[in-house]
Design a protein. Structure first.
Length: 208
């Protein structure tokens, strides 16, 4: 899915298989490139949060969400699951508010609505799909994600891969979003598209 350019001073990478940037040439003469918070290839500018979001791979490898070098959601933390994995973060301090997985195949969409409806202005929302993110989505849930800056949520389909970082109260579409449709002709795995990886720097919300 085409996305708008990031704001000045903000970068992101990803959108393909979860390997991320190409590795350096092997051999003793090739120094290992430095890694920064959340494994980014360079540090973020002042007053920005470093983030990295990886969708799940098929229904086998779970998703991961990292902010400022802290793993917010992952299989290791045992807090991810089938459907939509969502971390809510204070946009001023970067503190984790809540992290929860919502089963969009057999779960209750009301749980997701109760999670999204009361968000405060400036709350960062980091989303990673796993297996099926869309079957239980309603018109209201798609609209709520759209209000957070998503251009994809309105068309998200069964077993699509999706990663997204948005915020409550944004005026424009988020530049931090990737989407691959579930398509029999192009799926990387049998029945699922490739996993996605997205990383970059998102501006902090000014205090007050």
């Amino acid at each position: 899915t085409r996305r708008p350019p990031p704001p000045p001073g903000v970068f992101f990478w990803g959108g393909g298989p979860t390997e991320g940037p190409a590795p350096p040439p092997s051999g003793p003469a090739a120094p290992r490139p430095p890694r920064f918070k959340c494994g980014l290839p360079r540090p973020c500018p002042p007053r920005h949060f470093a983030f990295r979001v990886l969708s799940g791979a098929a229904n086998v490898v779970g998703p991961r969400i990292c902010l400022e070098g802290h793993e917010l959601m992952s299989s290791v933390k045992n807090n991810v699951g089938r459907g939509l994995n969502i971390a809510l973060v204070n946009g001023v301090s970067g503190e984790l508010i809540a992290a929860q997985a919502f089963d969009m195949w057999a779960g209750d969409v009301e749980d997701l609505l109760r999670f999204l409806r009361p968000l405060h202005e400036g709350t960062l929302v980091l989303v990673a799909s796993y297996d099926d993110p869309a079957t239980k989505l309603t018109e209201e849930t798609r609209r709520l994600f759209g209000e957070l800056g998503s251009a994809v949520a309105k068309d998200l389909g069964f077993r699509d891969s999706w990663v997204f970082v948005g915020a409550k109260g944004v005026q424009d579409r988020s530049p931090f979003e990737q989407h691959v449709r579930n398509s029999r002709g192009s799926n990387k795995y049998e029945g699922w598209p490739e996993a996605l990886e997205l990383g970059g720097c998102v501006p902090r919300r000014p205090p007050g």
